[in-house]
Ligand binder design. Sequence first.
Ligand SMILES: Cc1ncc(COP(=O)(O)O)c(C=O)c1O
Length: 449
Amino acid sequence: MDYKKFLNDVAKNRQPLVLRELFALQQSAPKDVVFLSAGAPNPDTFPIKSGTITLHDGTAIQLAGDKMVQCLQYGPTPGYPPLLQQLGLLTATLHSPPRWQESDVLVTTGSQQGLQMALEMLLTPGQTVVIEEPCYSGVLSVISPYSPRYLRVSSDGEGIIPESLSAALDSCTPDNKPKAASVPQFLYTVPTGANPTGVVTSEARRRHIYRLCCQHDLLILEDDPYYFLHYHDKPPPASYLRLDVEGRVLRFDSFSKVVCAGLRVGWVTGPRQLISKLNLHKGTAVISTSSMPQVIISELLRVWGREGFNQHVSLLRQSYKHRRDAMLDAANKHLKGICEWHVPEAGMFLWLKVLGVNDTWDMVLRRGVLAKVVLVPGHAFMTDPTRPCPYLRASFSTADATLIEQGMRNLAELIEREVELQGNKAAGHRTRNTMLREADTKAALTTKH
Ligand SMILES: Cc1ncc(COP(=O)(O)O)c(C=O)c1O
């Protein structure tokens, strides 16, 4: 595939950094080569000597000697080599990508950095962007400053509706509108436990969407941080990376939800030409990802092995499923008739449509704290956050069952008061309008006579 056509001018102009190339050479050169090239600080001057990371089961990971030096020193831009190898193995095992030989992996500071770099490689101001709405706000915050023309695609409980995607793409093919500003370059999607809806896109839909992206020559940015957090017993649907026979998928993974968020380790997998552009961007932005978190994750994966990792994931899913069910129970008890929702099949969120409230912004942000419950108003996930929005995102990731129950009860009261308030306002409005109309009629009648 010719990837150049997807890149903006900034990405096309990025050139390899000599110092980073020399750093990579130093890692692989024979030991008797004297390198007087590196600007790395002398490890003898580092004040930290050793440390121990203790897991909940008592397993101790010792960081000392060379390992500690690796924690404290600059690292290769693509990532800490043992971790890169482990991530490659994990990705190959989980997704069996058909174009694995032409693919590469890049470690990132959380998947957010990967997304930001990928979007900034592709976007040009005013470009047409196909987007599933509602959409993860961290991506909107990268795209929106480019003042794009958003083509909104609808989704339901099974994910993006392919017919809606197809209609949106047909509406902007060059044949239909030869002078249209631009044609979309990529589709961004969260296929497992979308943030904020919790929807898992079914495999049939993924296959259909992949075909459409091939027909319309779109890259797919597959953002899948909730991949491990699905709550059904069936095996997960094939990822877009798994379906990618043409080399048009960039997949973003993250340890944030599956190990911990503060270490800030994620990774991007995709066609070598695109990953190398991201690598150049990353070298410019951060030189290398913080070394210590990469070493910690790598050591953790090493001591767990595949079995330990699977056990951890299984406990994690049980724990979040339990909270998800607690939130659904509380919603059924307190919100029936005043809200609508789908059962989230994965992820951390329940997406609520509030009935009888046209806009949730003031209700949450002005009156939420007083009512002792705060959620995210749906506006945060919309391409135009200034439009009224009746949705709310409730998170079940941190509160326990008691707090979830309390929060949903408080929310029900907040909504009931809001419906009353908005009803009164509307009634007040009607009264004022009626009075104005009456005054107009009176004036008209007076003039006639
Ligand atoms: C859909 C989605 N993508 C990406 C991210 C960013 O995750 P990370 O912590 O890996 O940067 C999040 C975080 O909430 C998310 O929900």
